[in-house]
Write a protein that binds this ligand. Structure first.
Ligand SMILES: Cc1cc2nc3c(=O)[nH]c(=O)nc-3n(C[C@H](O)[C@H](O)[C@H](O)COP(=O)(O)OP(=O)(O)OC[C@H]3O[C@@H](n4cnc5c(N)ncnc54)[C@H](O)[C@@H]3O)c2cc1C
Length: 410
């Protein structure tokens, strides 16, 4: 337990500077190229692995070794300040790592999470596969099916996953599948699909509006067979959970345990908020400098209140979003969870801030802002993803309204 404090410790300040330097000297100069190429930026991820930023050790230290839980948001803000597409290429494996850590045993975590990163000599990737063509927000309606063969102690998975970051190019795929369709979300479990498992393949690769350096694809599971040990958590724990869920279906007073995908999202929402703050800050800083240098009617455009006040509002909004992200991150470790949907509030606020601030930055740059010669149009395209993935704007509102009212708002 640590007190909530906004004073960063020495380690955090060092990490913040270390990642900022990497973002400034390696990530940002490469951003335009990889956005245009719309390909996974392997050389940049390899650079990140060489300095230890893309590694199991860094993630373990940032996620688990910090009682304030502020290191992760700090790191992500700096990385995504550099570029959101490359940032997600570097951070995407952590979604799989969070899926393993949130649902697996300690042994499973130690076995599989390092394999999501590989080594600086041979970089590996992880992917977290929940969404499906017909089930994005409605995670309880997953159709991907996992069937257990007791005699062989083996699971067989079939289905198609949609919109998967690192999908099909990852070494480790963490897949959420239904084991009992009647129980909807309560009948799901998470599985690790080891590298080179037959039956797993990449479907279509999506052409995206923004974060184009991040790879997003369908993942097709066609009779994928994995040993019983690839179920995250134990079979006994799953059987108990399913029995509770069946009981709860008959008797609503019985609690039926957490949904695997939801457990992962709860942990990652402030982290996504921090990414959004990074993009917003990049656009704000750029617009602030531009407004001081660009002259119109014989004076810098910032000397007009309409421009200066826009920048004042942008700065204020970013501060507010960052504070909400930090508090939600701290609460996730120290406050016994979110009582009023603070994790969702932080992501909602930060996502909207990123979209609004990047749009205002285009406005401040005028015609130049609308061209690809300047980075603000890219930041605006990138920012929109924060209203969509890891729970859309409306799904965050749903979580918050249920938390504050105690009612099952639909
Ligand atoms: C670039 C990118 C990367 C992604 N990476 C991953 C990944 O790595 N792993 C993964 O599993 N998924 C990933 N996703 C999927 C993402 O989480 C989903 O796209 C998102 O959850 C929304 O689902 P959907 O696209 O099916 O939209 P839908 O659920 O069909 O929603 C469409 C619209 O309806 C609204 N809506 C839906 N239900 C309600 C409701 N009950 N009340 C009010 N409004 C509602 C939504 O807010 C939205 O505006 C990624 C998506 C993108 C675009």
């Amino acid at each position: 337990m640590s007190d909530f404090s906004l004073t960063l410790n020495e380690d955090q300040l060092q990490i913040q500077k270390w990642i900022h330097d990497f973002a400034e000297t390696v990530v940002r100069p490469a951003a335009e190229e990889w956005d245009e190429r719309e390909e996974f930026p392997w050389p940049i991820v390899e650079e990140a692995a060489k300095i230890g930023l893309y590694s199991f050790d860094f993630i373990a230290q940032a996620m688990l070794g910090d009682s304030t839980a502020l290191t992760m948001p700090l790191a992500l803000e700096e990385l995504f300040w550099g570029d959101a597409g490359i940032g997600l290429a570097i951070f995407g494996s952590s979604l799989a790592a969070a899926g393993i850590a949130g649902n697996g045993t300690t042994e499973q975590m130690l076995e599989w999470v390092p394999q999501c990163y590989g080594t600086p000599e041979k970089v590996a990737l992880g992917a977290f596969c929940v969404s499906e063509p017909d089930a994005g927000s409605d995670v309880s309606s997953l159709r991907t099916r996992a069937v257990y063969n007791e005699a062989k102690d083996e699971w067989t998975l079939n289905g198609t996953k949609a919109w998967i970051t690192n999908g099909g190019i990852a070494d480790i795929h963490v897949v959420v599948a239904t084991v009992d369709p009647e129980l909807k979300g309560r009948g799901q479990a998470s599985f690790v699909i080891p590298p080179n498992t037959p039956g797993l393949s990449m479907g279509q690769k999506y052409k995206k509006h923004g974060i184009r350096a991040s790879h997003t694809s369908e993942v097709v599971l066609d009779d994928v067979k994995i040993p019983g040990s690839c179920l995250l958590g134990t079979k006994e724990a799953l059987d108990e959970k399913l029995a509770r869920a069946r009981e709860a279906a008959k008797n609503p007073e019985v609690r039926s345990g957490k949904q695997p995908a939801m457990a992962t999202f709860e942990a990652t929402r402030p982290a996504v908020g921090a990414q959004a703050v990074g993009v917003a800050r990049a656009a704000y800083e750029y617009a602030l400098q531009y407004a001081q240098e660009r002259h119109a009617f014989g004076k810098p455009i910032i000397m007009n209140q309409s421009i200066a006040f826009m920048l004042a509002d942008m700065a204020t909004q970013i501060e507010a979003a960052r504070l909400m992200v930090w508090r939600a991150a701290w609460l996730s470790r120290n406050g016994g969870g979110y009582k009023n949907g603070e994790g969702s509030m932080s992501k909602l606020m930060a996502g909207r801030t990123a979209v609004w601030v990047t749009e205002r930055a285009i406005q401040i740059l005028g015609g130049y802002g609308y061209t690809r010669e300047y980075p603000v149009e890219r930041w605006h395209r990138d920012a929109k993803i924060f209203d969509i993935f890891e729970g859309t704007e409306q799904i965050q509102q749903l979580v918050i309204s249920r938390a504050i009212s105690g009612l099952r708002v639909e």
